[in-house]
Design a protein around this ligand. Sequence first.
Ligand SMILES: [Zn+2]
Length: 442
Amino acid sequence: MGGDGAVSSPAGSLQVRADVLQAPAPGVAELLHDQLITVVDGVITDMSSAPAPEPNVPARLDGVLMPGLVDTHIHAPQWPQLGIGLDLGLEQWLFDLTFPLEARCADTGYAADVWDHMVPTLLGLGTTTAVYHASTHVEATTALAEACARHGQRAVIGRVAMDHPEGTPEWYRDADAAAAVSASRRSIDEIRGLGSSLVQPIITPRFIPACSDAALVGLGKLAADTGVTVQTHAAESDWQHGVVMERTGLRDVHALESFGLLRDHTVLAHGTHLDASDLSRLAATGAGVSHCPLSNSYFANAVFPARRVLDARVRVGLGTDVAGGPSASLWHNAAHAVTVSRMLSDGVDPNGAAHRGEVRIDAATAMWMATGGGADLVGLPVGLLAVGRRFDALQVVVDDRSGVRSVSPESRAHDDVASEWLERVMRAPDVRAVWVDGIAVV
Ligand SMILES: [Zn+2]
């Protein structure tokens, strides 16, 4: 719990002294030496150079202090299948493996056991905020919100709506559109009723192929009535893109807008098949993309052009997409985001697609998506260590078992020390302590 460099007082205040390392904007790495951060009731109220040692100033933490990571797309009920089934196509993966596992959450006790393993594990990896797709079950979804509140993880939690008779199995779907909407409304009420400042609901139609038009219209109205934000999958794969186009005659983003689901802070997972008209609608509405680079490598039939989407002034966060992505670590996903951007830039087939030009991203951009970008996507005041933000933070050192060199920031003189340090930490993180809302949770 915390480190030697953190001192709590009984009045709900905390002081932490550390070198701060973060990405305040895409492509920008910032290293602030020896900061003393004061936190009152979960909010950073002061952050400035630490004074000379004196009795009441805590010792400086080893390693660096970073903002907590924001996973903008993760499927809680798929936690038990993390790392397996990734030789299948998306449709087969859903129907043969994933839907049967999610259906088990009808047993709330089973689901609660999964949540009690998952939430502390994610916190230990540095994921201080998670934007969850739960299952279709209201009770299991409420249990997830309770688990997040109990373990101290900030979370945005969606009870999954899915009622389409062709897009879902008959043993795992809402009975009809009215049931899909009413259960979603009940889930919002139950999560809000917990009264935890850490957890909030999000309206979650799984994706257009899994939902009837009537359900999508009803959920759009529910979002307008309640002010609750929306998440779904969009423009993910050739298969999904084709199904939506055939059924609605519209591209995915435009169809979602027609249903009232493209709103400020709407989270669209994947977005690998977005075109210029889609991007302009996202920028205009304040919706954005959860970039899931590991999952996309298995299921998306395309590389998400993160650089171009950011240049279009569209919000972008990072997601693990557990278990379509085989790692629960946002660090792995940030590193892979850099890798796939290089593959997109340079081409992957010497006899096929032409090179795509300058679409690479660097570690600072990837880590920004994993922190401030994700926070901006979902509209939470985290993702950056600065006065006024909630104190969701990590003490991280470079894992010296990795082979990545762990050198002290002070021992380096050149201007790139911040970006180099950020890259080393992203490649080989060893998370030593975690705070959420000013509370030590790991
Ligand atoms: Zn997903």
